[in-house]
Design a protein around this ligand. Structure first.
Ligand SMILES: [Zn+2]
Length: 333
């Protein structure tokens, strides 16, 4: 029995060694299968979102590339060390800043997205950068003060997460160059590798106008980008609740072994159900507020439902209510 346990331990250590070998202050690496890795944001680091590394055989694919080129450099090195190949493909899951700002580190790869995602990066990033340059210093000051006086452990961790976000932006302002995707597709792009196939799928409206997921059919592993948040409040402000729920129902049918979210830890089907419930609840709260003729100020009194109180990124909750309310009231006029 004892030898068996030692053997299992040695086996575990060896199989996980490759993933453990690469150390970064920005992320941790989780081996999901031979040649498939989830790259998860580390507290205090500048990744902010999660990413994926997939060895296709003699070439490597990376899914999403963080908010900071500095963290993206580590991601590229990790991908090449773990797989022994150059990164041939980088996928931009959607246009949000935290998923695409490492593009400049991957200019010798094909940067894959859709025409619409490329347009959204091109139109949003200059404005986003301009406003970030103005607010990032004051936001760091404000967040540091919040951390100092926070007594609630959950909120303390949440403030620290936002501090990572603002610091990552501030650190990268000088270095960052807007870099657009250079390989565009419409619906589905299947890359056939020597070792495995990767399906890159545009699901259309969901978290944003267009979101791309990565599906590895042989291993049943899904990289969901920001269509998946695990134990985190999703940002619904650029999204479409009904279409997003349709996407989640499609995910459920895949019966994935692992689901790598855009934010949070590697999840499962249970996380799909929780996220679906969140989107439905927020949508119901907004509908009820409109039916009861509540003002925005009255809506702001709405507490986070109990089942989501422990979720991080709680700042998104109020934004989700307000933006959702304004969109619906505007549409009804
Ligand atoms: Zn996003």
């Amino acid at each position: 029995m004892k030898f068996q346990r030692i053997f299992l331990l040695v086996f575990f250590v060896i199989t996980n060694l490759a993933a453990q070998e690469f150390k970064s202050e920005h992320f941790t690496i989780e081996k999901l299968s031979d040649g498939i890795f989830a790259v998860i944001h580390k507290a205090g680091g500048y990744a902010i979102c999660n990413a994926g590394i997939v060895n296709l055989g003699d070439e490597t694919l990376v899914y999403d590339c963080f908010i900071s080129p500095l963290a993206a450099k580590d991601l590229k090195t990790a991908a090449e060390e773990l797989t022994g190949n150059k990164v041939k493909y980088l996928v931009n899951s959607h246009f949000h800043n935290d998923h695409i700002r490492g593009n400049q580190i991957f200019t010798d790869a094909e940067i894959i997205a859709t025409e619409r995602i490329k347009d959204l990066i091109e139109t949003n990033e200059p404005e986003e950068l301009k406003s970030e340059t103005e607010i990032v210093g004051p936001m760091i000051e404000k967040t540091l003060k919040q951390i100092e006086k926070e007594n609630d452990l959950n909120m303390f961790e949440e403030h620290k997460m936002w501090l990572d976000y603002y610091k990552a932006i501030q650190q990268s302002l000088d270095e960052y160059k807007i870099t657009l995707p250079n390989k565009l597709f419409t619906d589905t792009l299947v890359i056939k590798g020597k070792k495995r196939n990767a399906a890159i799928i545009n699901l259309g409206k969901g978290h944003t106008e267009e979101d791309i997921v990565l599906w590895l059919p042989e291993e049943k592993i899904l990289f969901g980008g920001d269509l998946m948040f695990a134990e985190r409040h999703p940002f619904l402000g650029d999204g479409f609740p009904n279409e997003w729920i349709n996407c989640l129902e499609k995910f459920k049918k895949l019966d994935a072994k692992y689901i790598v979210p855009g934010h949070g830890n590697v999840g499962s089907n249970e996380d799909i159900d929780k996220l679906k419930l969140y989107i439905q609840k927020v949508d119901n709260i907004i509908d009820n507020a409109i039916a009861d003729n509540l003002t925005i100020d009255q809506l702001k009194q709405t507490e986070i439902p109990d089942e989501f109180k422990s979720w991080r990124l709680s700042r998104f909750y109020m934004l989700n209510l307000i933006i959702g309310y304004q969109k619906k009231v505007g549409a009804n006029k």
